[in-house]
Design a protein around this ligand. Structure first.
Ligand SMILES: [Zn+2]
Length: 343
């Protein structure tokens, strides 16, 4: 990369509020802590987040299939507990954000922020009351499903034929959306199937997000959104976070890179305008040592990690995005939604 462009990109990252709307940090911290590693956040992540210029990362609690249903709640609570310990050990330099004010104060306090999210309502099973407990523990975003069925809805299974029968939200799922909005939690439709997506559009009163989904027009997987879905999300003033996993950027079997990732940004902007796209990189390559999924996804991240954000930003600059528009993509758009939802 041209040195002047690299400098410009790094500078823009450093003086913008940068958000990654999806990273499975609590899952990884718990996995590593249970294997005897200490200070995972401080030792392995924080410098990379800061090097990239990130200010806030949405830390997603993810539960693997084989823990469900009985262990879902325990696994979720353990992840929150481990992460809280790690944040506490960093004595004030990292903040687990609970209020809108916490996010607003990050820059002035020189703090790095985390916002907890639940990637699938599975730990609640069918108990609506538990949502409030997760809220009290700091969870501010609710992904209704991961790519499987739960009490709330059908997820968009990776292989549609196998699991996703095309059902939308259940009555419980509908109650969850209403309760989450009432509490001040963000609704995330990233792993919900298409029928569920339209149900959420119909019943949600506030903006919703697809924290880590790409464009189906460019990569035909059920994890990505069709153009009509992107339009509907934008009409609701929502935002989608662009995902860096190769299988969602393009055909997973081919070599994909940052340019392909940027094509998804361009496509959302073309369909919905500049105000509805952000970052939800969903970096997973680093987890492979601890991956206990039934099958490790045969895929890779098209950016090497948070510390390489400048490659993405440089690409935006090269494609002619203005400084203001780039700032919206880097975090301004997600901040606007947080402003509307969080208290
Ligand atoms: Zn995900």
């Amino acid at each position: 990369m041209d040195q002047e462009l690299a400098r410009k990109a790094a500078q823009l990252n450093a003086n913008s509020f940068v958000v990654d709307a999806h990273f499975d940090l609590p899952w990884d911290v718990a996995n590593q802590r249970e294997r005897g590693h200490k200070d995972v956040l401080a030792g392995q992540y924080l410098d990379r987040f800061r090097e990239g210029g990130f200010n806030l990362i949405v830390a997603a609690i993810f539960i693997e299939n084989f823990f469900l249903p009985e262990m879902g709640l325990r696994r979720a609570l353990d992840q929150i507990s481990y992460l809280a310990e790690e944040v506490e050990a960093l004595s004030g330099s990292v903040r687990l954000c609970r209020r809108l004010e916490d996010i607003r104060q990050l820059e002035t306090n020189g703090q790095f922020g985390l916002l907890l999210s639940l990637e699938g309502a599975d730990p609640l099973q069918n108990d609506l009351q538990l949502l409030r407990i997760f809220y009290d523990l700091g969870v501010r975003a609710l992904g209704l499903t991961w790519s499987r069925r739960n009490y709330a809805a059908d997820g968009c299974a990776f292989s549609t034929a196998a699991e996703d029968r095309g059902n939308g939200l259940t009555a419980f799922g509908r109650s969850l959306v209403a309760k989450a909005e009432e509490l001040g939690m963000l609704i995330d439709v990233s792993h919900v199937n298409e029928a569920g997506f339209w149900d959420v559009i119909e019943i949600a009163r506030k903006p919703i997000v697809a924290s880590h989904s790409n464009c189906r027009a460019l990569a035909d997987t059920p994890r990505n959104l069709k153009d009509t879905q992107i339009e509907a999300l934008a009409e609701r003033n929502g935002v989608m976070g662009i995902n860096a996993i190769s299988a969602f950027v393009g055909d997973g079997s081919q070599q994909r890179g940052v340019d392909d990732l940027l094509d998804h940004v361009d496509h959302v902007v073309k369909i919905a305008g500049i105000r509805h796209v952000g970052i939800g990189f969903d970096f997973c390559s680093g987890f492979k040592n601890y991956l206990t999924l039934d099958h490790a996804l045969a895929t890779y991240d098209v950016l090497p990690g948070h510390h390489h954000l400048k490659d993405f930003t440089a690409g935006l600059i090269e494609r002619g995005y203005s400084e203001d528009d780039t700032r919206l993509i880097l975090g301004g758009n997600f901040l606007r939604v947080y402003d509307e939802i969080l208290r």
